[in-house]
Design a protein around this ligand. Structure first.
Ligand code: ADP
Ligand code: MG
Length: 254
């Protein structure tokens, strides 16, 4: 097979040139990083699970009319997506206080917020993805006012969808982060959801026990990350049949 051209290797994924102009292949690695890559590990099976889960969420969003970059899954670790011009902002939606919001405002983790809150962080690893205001975004030209309005609307639609899907399987969507990109259809520009939606980019708590089923398991050393992601995939019915990391139980034959 001809070697594909690598476009970019990030912390969790590799991007390759796609088969057609305007497409790219996203390869999901098993690497996990936290605290701006100060903490790193390879977690067997994570890439396979995130590839499946991101496919599941992006497809579902497409079905309710939220535009995403997803085209199709190619194999266990790769999906074909539409190439976008990534807006250099992480768009965060919060339903309950956790993480940096709890630290910043002194709110106990899990405090219900009066309404979903949308925040922006500048995508810049060297600076540790700092929080930025809409004023900063417009003054520095990272996005225009119209883009900002569209991004907030997109993020809130993703939040409604993701909250509902998760609630149906007994999981609370505490917060999540998405990346948004520009695509051009002739002279017309649109914003679509890009990158990934997975337990790497969400906070997911079991509704009954409060057990964490997301990357905080890795950040805070709370157990096996693959087990947590497998549980999310299992509840959503998207567990790939040939993931073999889980020890097989002996079966009784009589
Ligand atoms: N559809 C897309 N088109 C172009 N770039 C994308 C698309 N989806 C995601 N990306 C970019 O690809 C990279 C994904 O790799 P990742 O490992 O998450 O990188 P990072 O370490 O920068 O977070 C990110 O920089 C993300 O912004
Ligand atoms: Mg990333």
């Amino acid at each position: 097979m001809a070697r594909r051209k690598k476009i970019y290797e990030g912390k969790a994924k590799i991007l390759y040139e796609g088969p057609e102009p305007g497409t790219i292949v996203q390869y999901f690695k098993d690497d996990a990083t936290a605290f701006n890559a100060e903490k790193r590990a390879t977690i067997e099976g994570k890439g396979v699970l995130n590839n499946r889960l991101s496919e599941f969420f992006m497809k579902g969003l497409g079905q309710i009319g939220v535009p995403t970059h997803f085209i199709k899954r190619l194999n266990m670790r790769e999906q074909l997506v539409r190439q976008v011009e990534i807006i250099p902002l992480e768009v965060i939606v919060r339903n309950f206080a956790a993480g940096s919001l709890s630290t910043r405002l002194g709110l106990a983790e899990g405090t219900a917020l009066p309404r979903p809150i949308v925040e922006f962080c500048l995508k810049d690893d060297k600076l540790g993805d700092p929080f930025v205001s809409e004023e900063h975004i417009m003054a520095f030209g990272w996005a225009a006012q119209q883009d900002l309005d569209d991004m907030v609307a997109l993020a809130l639609r993703v939040n409604d969808f993701m909250s509902g899907v998760m609630m149906a399987v007994g999981i609370k969507l505490v917060d999540f982060k998405i990346e948004i990109g520009r695509v051009w259809d002739n002279d017309y520009q649109r914003l679509i959801v890009a990158d990934e939606i997975s337990p790497d980019s969400c906070r997911l708590w079991d509704m009954e026990t409060g057990q964490k089923l997301d990357k905080d398991v890795f950040r805070r050393d709370l157990g096996n990350l693959t087990d947590a992601y497998t549980e999310v995939a299992r509840r959503l019915g998207v567990l790939p049949s040939n993931v073999t990391h889980a020890a097989k139980k002996p079966t009784l034959i009589n």
